[in-house]
Write a protein that binds this ligand. Structure first.
Ligand SMILES: *Cc1c(COP(=O)(O)O)cnc(C)c1O
Length: 412
């Protein structure tokens, strides 16, 4: 790397080059753009998603079901693919419920978490037979009343706000005062109440954090999660029918990030679950993963429309930007802006020769896709690939900002 360059994140495994050009699932970037009709676009590799699921199935005990958190990427063809590959789906809105049902996912495989569920969302979920992960006592009361008015038996689980969080996680979602879940101390009484009201009791959902690359921290959080779930079930005097162990499996976005040691997590579960007391022999377990399943399988392709110099710096100006891929600009859940993995897709096999800052087309200084990246000599018309774009991309970015068109998406 030349002096002054900032490192780029690691390009995920599984991408190749054909005649020097980036290839995704054996198709050249330029061919994918031709199929879409234009840039920018998101391309998701079905083969990479399948490979990731296989890797997870091999590492985790068969007793631990695999759930997909739809908020990571709700693209319909991708949901349809995952419907064949994973066991359960976690949704967080009525809109995601509609998408999951439209993808042909059986309601019995769906659970609905998330704060601020409206009455109409609860009614739709209850009518479909989806499990509601209750976020508060008030929500429990509304869900029970809506179920009664519809003449249905609600399937209810409690999302617990644990007294711990996932160490080193990018986004903490447990520990202390939180809008998510019911404080552990209040859970036993609520569980008893739900059961007494005749609801179908579905257990606990405990999610302690996101984007951790530290297997030991995840193992510790899972151990604490299990212990908490067992204690709360015992205090409530209810069976632990199901325990969602959360997720938090991270992917490497930045230079220096080490891959998560998945086999180590699997080995700890393999050792821990059979050692549980006999009364938990029938408890179902799952992990719920978003970015780990789909993040590295996605690439955002955008075209360089201008090349300019300002005060000694080279800028490559693209037709995409943070309105499609907010996370890469450093404005989605990161404190310090660091470079995502990025490459000149048209010259994927060429050596790096220049330092350039890659920016998007939005009229805001926030729209930076890579800062002082060491790249091959790049020209107007070249395609730029931003990797790790399979999760929290298209659906997590302000697509309407500045009136640009949404990006195309395709699963190949
Ligand atoms: C966001 C979220 C997930 C997915 O997180 P990833 O970091 O993408 O794996 C899973 N469960 C819950 C409750 C979430 O809010």
């Amino acid at each position: 790397m030349s002096a002054g360059a900032r490192p780029l994140g690691p390009v995920p495994a599984g991408f190749g080059a054909i005649d020097g050009e980036l290839a995704i699932a054996g198709l050249r970037a330029s061919e994918l753009v031709a199929r879409a009709g234009n840039t920018p676009l998101f391309v998701y590799s079905a083969a990479l998603i399948r490979a990731r699921v296989t890797e997870l199935r091999q590492a985790l005990p068969a007793r631990v079901a695999l759930h997909y958190a739809v908020k990571a990427n709700p693209f319909a063809p991708l949901l349809a693919l995952l419907a064949e590959l994973v066991d359960g789906f976690d949704i967080a809105s009525g809109g995601e419920l509609a998408l999951a049902l439209a993808a042909g996912i059986a309601p019995g495989r769906i659970s609905f978490a998330g704060p601020g569920k409206r009455d109409d969302e609860l009614a739709a979920a209850l009518a479909a037979g989806v499990t509601i992960n209750l976020e508060s006592e008030g929500e429990a009361a509304r869900a029970l009343a809506i179920a009664a008015s519809l003449g249905l038996r609600a399937r209810l689980a409690i999302r617990v706000n644990p007294d711990f969080d996932l160490k080193g996680s990018g986004m903490k979602m447990g520990g202390g005062a939180k809008p998510f879940g019911v404080d552990a101390a209040l859970v036993p009484a609520l569980a008893r109440h739900i059961v007494a009201q005749g609801a179908e009791w579905r257990g606990f959902h405990i999610f302690a954090g996101s984007q951790s690359l530290d297997a030991e921290a995840i193992i510790t959080a899972q151990r604490e999660t299990l212990a908490l779930a067992m204690r709360l079930a015992a205090e409530a005097g209810v069976a632990l029918v199901h325990c969602n162990l959360g997720g938090g499996f991270g992917i490497p976005y930045f230079a220096g990030d080490q891959r998560l040691d998945l086999p180590r997590i699997g080995a700890a579960l393999d050792a821990g679950l059979p050692a549980l007391p006999a009364r938990f022999a029938d408890t179902g377990f799952c992990v719920e993963l978003g970015r780990y399943l789909v993040g590295e399988a996605g690439v955002y392709l955008t075209r360089i429309v201008d090349r300019k110099h300002s005060h000694g710096e080279t800028f490559l100006v693209c037709d995409g930007g943070l309105h499609h891929q907010l996370a890469a600009s450093g404005n989605f859940g990161t404190v310090v802006r660091r470079n995502y993995p990025l490459a000149n897709a048209s010259r994927f096999a060429a050596p790096a020769e220049e330092i350039a800052t890659v920016v998007g087309c939005l009229c805001t200084p926030m729209d930076r896709l890579a800062e002082r990246a060491h790249l091959p000599q790049s020209a107007v018309g070249d395609l730029v690939a931003l990797f790790c774009a399979g999760a929290y991309g298209a659906s997590a970015s302000p697509a309407a900002f500045l009136g640009h068109s949404p990006a195309a998406e395709m699963l190949v």
